[in-house]
Design a protein around this ligand. Structure first.
Ligand code: BV8
Length: 239
């Protein structure tokens, strides 16, 4: 009898947005948009030179604002529409392509590029525009305390209470387009596996934690994920 699932968790990384034209983090030259990650995505880099980090994200925002979801994101919408079960998407991506594709239950554990947080009062607001250390918080009026609502290296992730529960109760864990080098996200598959979930990895190539996956589907997410979604939907119909 075809297997069906009740609680599916999908973890996505930069690879799912690659076919939308967005840069991944660990390309050949190890640079990310021509910067070293540690120069722009650590909390130390931010405190040392906030406007250097603001500029990095200011330059990224326009591209992400107009980026379009690809067939991989749309396949997840089809899965959520046609596979009656709880399906949550935990994303490391700061773009909004899951939302643009109509995906539901999306958890941005590394934050979002179009959100700004005030480190004085905690207020979070949306903008696709530029931010600098001169800007004041619209809530408390304090200047130089605004930061992209993005989780830098050395900062705790967002929604980890929710994520823990999802991982401990899932029966299928699918990882799409992540190199599996950044923790704690890279360890999520282990939690799911201990919870008894089946684990599937979708990537162009073998990743560093590939031994933890029961099944590997190699190829571009936009090409292979729709087939996996059709397979799951068919299994459910036949059950
Ligand atoms: C934390 C924000 C507690 C910026 C990001 C030593 C050992 C273990 C851990 C650590 C350690 N030292 C420090 C740590 C912790 C550290 C960490 O993991 N470091 C690593 C590098 C060793 N983690 C943290 O600091 C985290 N916080 O642990 O809190 C704490 C508190 C205080 C002090 C210590 C600990 C915070 C992590 C979040 C950091 N912020 N981003 C931004 O996004 O603007 S991480 C950054 O990497 C992005 O969010 C990105 O999503 C994430 C993971 O990268 P990937 O998404 O996987 O992207 P990548 O390019 O690597 O891979 C793309 C993949 O897609 C590839 O596999 C490729 O083959 C594939 N692909 C490409 N095209 C396609 C495709 N697949 C399919 N189809 C395609 N078309």
């Amino acid at each position: 009898m075809a297997k069906t699932y009740k609680n599916i968790v999908i973890l996505t990384g930069a690879g799912i947005s690659a076919e939308s034209g967005l840069a991944t983090f660990r390309s050949e030259n190890g640079l990310w948009n021509n910067h070293k990650v540690e120069d722009v995505a650590t909390i130390e880099a931010y405190w040392k030179n906030p406007d250097y980090v603001h500029d990095f994200y200011n330059q990224m925002r326009p591209e992400l604002m107009v980026a379009k979801p690809n067939k991989a994101h749309l396949a997840l919408t089809e899965l959520q529409d046609k596979y009656p079960s709880k399906i949550n998407i935990i994303t490391q991506n700061v773009d909004t392509l899951h939302e643009k594709a109509g995906n539901k239950n999306v958890w941005h554990i590394h934050g979002q590029i179009n959100q700004i947080v005030c480190m004085n009062c905690g207020h979070v607001f949306e903008t696709w525009g530029d931010i600098s250390s001169e800007d004041v918080c619209p809530q408390c009026g304090i200047a130089a305390m605004l930061k992209p609502n993005i989780v830098f290296f050395g900062e705790n992730l967002l929604y980890m209470d929710k994520v823990e529960k999802l991982l401990q109760t899932c029966d299928l864990f699918i990882s799409v387009g992540t190199s599996g080098v950044v923790y704690p996200a890279a360890g999520f598959v282990q939690v799911a596996k201990f919870a008894g979930a089946d684990t599937i990895e979708v990537n162009l190539e073998e990743t560093s934690n590939n031994y933890l996956f029961d099944r590997h589907i190699y190829g571009k997410a936009g090409e292979v994920l729709p087939h996996l979604v059709q397979e799951l939907i068919k299994q459910k119909e036949e059950a």
